[in-house]
Design a protein around this ligand. Structure first.
Ligand code: NAP
Length: 261
C-alpha cells in the first residue's frame, strides 16, 4: 500500500467522515438481548486525581460523556467506588433519563463471605427485575463456572491488555461460551498510548496512534471483547473511538502477539 493511500485511510481521517465510529467496532448482545457496540467507555478517569473526588474540569467530564454517545458508544462502565459516587453522579447529570441497570457486575468476590451467597444475591437482584444481566470482575475460569451454577453470567471484566495477559484462559473460556469479556486497563493505564512506548513501530506501520493499535488489537482478538478505555478528555475519547475504524492485518497481529509484557 502506498504511503499516500495509507495516509488517507488513517483512523483520524476516516473519523472525520464517520460521525459514529464506535458503531464500526461491531455489536455484541450482552446476555443475548442487550446489544452494545463493542468499543465502549470506562468512566473511572472522570473523577479527581487518584480516582478520588471531583474532576479538575467538570465541564469537560460532562462533555466527554455526551460526546461518547454522539460517537456511537452505548457501553459505559462505572462503579460507586469511582469518586466515590462521582462518576455515577456525572453520568446521571450528563445522560439521564435511563431506566433499570442493564448489566450489574460484582466488582470482586469478597473472600470473607461465601461465594455462593454472593452469586445467590446477584440471582435475586435479577429475578426481582432490578438488574437485567449479571457479570463478574477479576475472576478465573473456576470462579466463573461456580457462579454459573447459580446465576447466568453475561460478562467478565478482568485486567487485560497487550502487555498484561494473565487472563488469557478466562478470555478463551468467554469466547467459547459467548460471554462478553470487558478488559479493564485496555491502554495499560496510559502506557500503551505513548509515542515512544511499545507500540511505536506497529503504530508507524499502520499510520495510526499507539492507543488505536492497542484497542484495534483487542477488538480483533475475540468477537466477545468489549474494551472500555478511560479518559477525561474529549480529544482522547475521539482518538480512541476512531480505533474502531482501524483494521489490523495478520502480519501486524503476529507482530503484536509476540509483544507480551
Ligand atoms: N473492574 C475493575 O476492577 C476495574 C479496575 C480499574 C478500571 N476499571 C474500568 O476500566 C476502565 C479503563 O481503565 P483505565 O481508565 O483505568 O485505564 P486505561 O483505559 O488503560 O487508560 C486510561 C489512561 O490513559 C490515558 N489515555 C486514554 N486515552 C488516551 C489517549 N488517546 N492518549 C493519551 N492518553 C490517553 C488517560 O488519561 P487522560 O484522562 O488524560 O486521557 C488515562 O490516564 C476504567 O475507566 C474503569 O471503568 C475496572
Amino acid at each position: 500500500m502506498s504511503a499516500n493511500i495509507q495516509a488517507m485511510t488513517t483512523p483520524q481521517r476516516r473519523h472525520q467522515t464517520d460521525p459514529q465510529p464506535a458503531t464500526r467496532s461491531g455489536t455484541f448482545a450482552i446476555g443475548g438481548d442487550v446489544p452494545v457496540h463493542r468499543l465502549g467507555f470506562g468512566a473511572m478517569r472522570l473523577t479527581g486525581p487518584g480516582v478520588w473526588g471531583e474532576p479538575a474540569d467538570r465541564t469537560e467530564a460532562i462533555a466527554v460523556l455526551r460526546r461518547a454517545i454522539e460517537l456511537g458508544i452505548n457501553l459505559i462502565d462505572t462503579a460507586d467506588s469511582y469518586g466515590p459516587y462521582v462518576s455515577e453522579e456525572l453520568i446521571r447529570e450528563a445522560l439521564h433519563p435511563y431506566e433499570r441497570i442493564d448489566l450489574f457486575q460484582l466488582h470482586r468476590i469478597d473472600p470473607k463471605v461465601s461465594a455462593d451467597d454472593q452469586f445467590g444475591l446477584l440471582r435475586d437482584l435479577q429475578s426481582e427485575g432490578k438488574v437485567r444481566h449479571v457479570g463478574l470482575s477479576e475472576v478465573n475460569v473456576a470462579e466463573i463456572e461456580a457462579a454459573r451454577r447459580i446465576v447466568p453470567i453475561a460478562t467478565v471484566q478482568n485486567q487485560y491488555n497487550l502487555v498484561y495477559r494473565s487472563s488469557e484462559d478466562a478470555l478463551d473460556y468467554c469466547t467459547r461460551e459467548n460471554i462478553g469479556f470487558i478488559p479493564f486497563f485496555p491502554l495499560a493505564t496510559g502506557d500503551l498510548t505513548k509515542s515512544g512506548g511499545p507500540l511505536r513501530r506497529a503504530a508507524a506501520r499502520v499510520n495510526a496512534q499507539p492507543s488505536q493499535v492497542a484497542l484495534a488489537w483487542l477488538l480483533k482478538k475475540s468477537p466477545v471483547m468489549l474494551p472500555i478505555p478511560g479518559t477525561s478528555r474529549v480529544k482522547h475519547l475521539e482518538e480512541n473511538t476512531a480505533a474502531a475504524l482501524l483494521e489490523l492485518d495478520d502480519s501486524i497481529m503476529d507482530e503484536l502477539e509476540r509483544q507480551r509484557g
